[in-house]
Design a protein around this ligand. Sequence first.
Ligand code: NAP
Length: 248
Amino acid sequence: MQESRPTAIVTGASRGIGRAIAVELARTHRVIGTYRGRRDAAESLRAEAGVEIFQCDVSSRPDREALIAFAREKFGRLDLLVNNAGMAPRERRDILEATEESFDEVIATNLKGPYFLTQAAARWMREQGGGGRIVFITSISAYTASVNRGEYCLSKAGLSMAAALWAQRLAADGILVFEVRPGIIRTDMIAAVEKMYEERIAGGLLPQRRMGEPVDVARAVRAIADGLLDYSTGQVLNVDGGFHLRSL
Ligand SMILES: NC(=O)c1ccc[n+]([C@@H]2O[C@H](COP(=O)([O-])OP(=O)(O)OC[C@H]3O[C@@H](n4cnc5c(N)ncnc54)[C@H](OP(=O)(O)O)[C@@H]3O)[C@@H](O)[C@H]2O)c1
């Protein structure tokens, strides 16, 4: 019974959105959830949801290779990859002041890492004979300019194109690729600015007047994992309370 369940890798599953996705998927899939430094959080995920955990800095090529080797050994096949791991700049700085070091770190983590992890996963899925699904967790920052974290916006705009590229390249192999684009979601990532966002949401920033929760994003991934969107490769799912809508 256990062995017939499909398999999934969720990066950045120790906390926040990735954790909610891993918990949701664990109801139907065998899941490997990765973390970077917070082993305590990853251990608690394992205890809560019964998922395998694996340390992997997605910006590191040896770490990505080790993750794929671990998944091959544990599961022998891969049905779903969720590229969720990501970081905000350590410090929000106006683009007139921001540093190349922060640029390099954020781009390596949010763009280069998932792009090449997807390359490895795609090769594996093709080797299996095709089929499978890949999800990129991007952000409203893919198209919203925040001048105090330009490197983050660039990383997410690039990741959005990565989703389109892989959707195009892999469609003939039956490997479906989706972009999930969260808005403002209550996690550690936005803790420092949560109060400010709550005030702006109360003031009408979002058509749906509440902050998003990690489970809102996990439900979108559930629909993809269940195959409900299987004729929609390349689709962008906005999980943002309507932030992307324009009004006049
Ligand atoms: N929260 C939002 O409002 C929001 C909105 C739009 C998009 N997003 C995107 O959603 C994704 C998840 O964000 P979140 O809010 O859940 O963030 P979070 O609460 O800060 O959690 C980030 C997760 O990613 C892991 N991680 C960070 N850097 C990593 C790296 N280099 N390699 C591997 N894992 C790494 C962390 O591992 P450790 O626990 O070990 O540190 C943690 O599990 C990110 O891609 C983010 O950009 C978030």
